[in-house]
Structures are given as structure tokens and as C-alpha cells.
Design a protein around this ligand. Structure first.
Ligand code: HEC
Length: 117
């Protein structure tokens, strides 16, 4: 029995450190992705206080938005309308007020969101 413990303990321990290693790698790759993503200036200016590309903040992350509309042929139209006019009840209890952007900017941001890798 004791021998059994001796044999399995190192395996268990190395298994654990592999887990944390994996987590660290994942974190690093998320950070690397975050660095590689070019956030348009208008988004930095007007949206980043409530949105992040990868993490949910006050509003959904932009990759969450991309995933929800991935199969929707009207994605760009719907997303740019939400950006321009605001949105409520789609993601939670907090609503988004209309944003101070032009139709053109809203469309470009929607296209950027759907192009996220
Ligand atoms: C004050 C906080 C706040 C700001 C500023 C803000 N948002 Fe939002 N956003 C939210 C919240 C909250 C939601 C979820 C609304 C809902 O549940 O329908 C949301 C939802 C969204 C959605 C999803 C809409 C949908 O139809 O599914 C998009 C896209 C979005 N925001 C983009 C933007 C962009 C682009 C900007 C900047 C021009 C911006 N947001 C600025 C809080 C904000």
C-alpha cells in the first residue's frame, strides 16, 4: 500500500503541475491574442469602458457577440443597429444606451467584431 503511494504520488504531482502549466500557457496565449488584436480607435474611445475583446465586462465581450451572430446572415445589420441605437434584454439586465457614432462607424465596428479570430 505504501509502495503504491510512493509510485502514484509523483505521477499525481506532475499531473498537477501540468495543469497549472496548461493554464499559464492558455493565459499567455490570451494575452498574446489581446496584444495582436488591433482595436479601432473609436472603440478604444467609446466602448472599452464597458466592453473587452475577450472578457465580459458591463457588456458582453466582442468575441461573445461574434459567436452569437456567427450563423446570422444579417449579423452586420443587427450589430450595427444595436451599436447605433442601443440594445436591451439580449445579454442581461443592463441595457446599452445609443452610442455617439455615425452609421458608417457602427457598420465598420460591426464588421470588425465579426472579423475577430
Ligand atoms: C455604458 C456601457 C456601455 C458602453 C459605453 C457601450 N456598451 Fe455595448 N453593451 C453594453 C451592455 C450592457 C450591453 C448588453 C445589452 C443587452 O443586453 O441587450 C451591450 C451590448 C453590445 C452589443 C451586442 C448587441 C446585440 O445586439 O447583441 C454590441 C455589439 C455592443 N454592445 C457594442 C458596443 C460598441 C461598439 C460600443 C462603443 C461604440 C459600445 N457597445 C458601448 C454596455 C455598453
Amino acid at each position: 500500500m505504501l509502495l503504491y503511494l510512493f509510485l502514484t504520488l509523483p505521477i499525481l504531482l506532475s499531473g498537477c503541475s501540468k495543469e497549472t502549466e496548461k493554464k499559464e500557457q492558455l493565459q499567455k496565449s490570451e494575452e498574446a491574442k489581446a496584444i495582436n488584436v488591433k482595436i479601432p480607435p473609436v472603440v478604444k474611445d467609446k466602448c472599452i469602458m464597458c466592453h473587452d475583446v475577450f472578457k465580459r465586462k458591463v457588456g458582453p465581450s466582442f468575441v461573445q457577440v461574434r459567436d452569437r451572430y456567427k450563423e446570422d446572415p444579417k449579423a452586420i445589420e443587427k450589430i450595427s443597429r444595436s451599436i447605433k441605437r442601443g440594445s436591451q434584454g439580449k445579454w442581461g439586465r443592463v441595457a446599452m444606451l445609443p452610442n455617439d457614432v455615425t452609421e458608417e462607424e457602427a457598420k465598420q465596428i460591426a464588421e470588425w467584431i465579426m472579423s475577430l479570430k
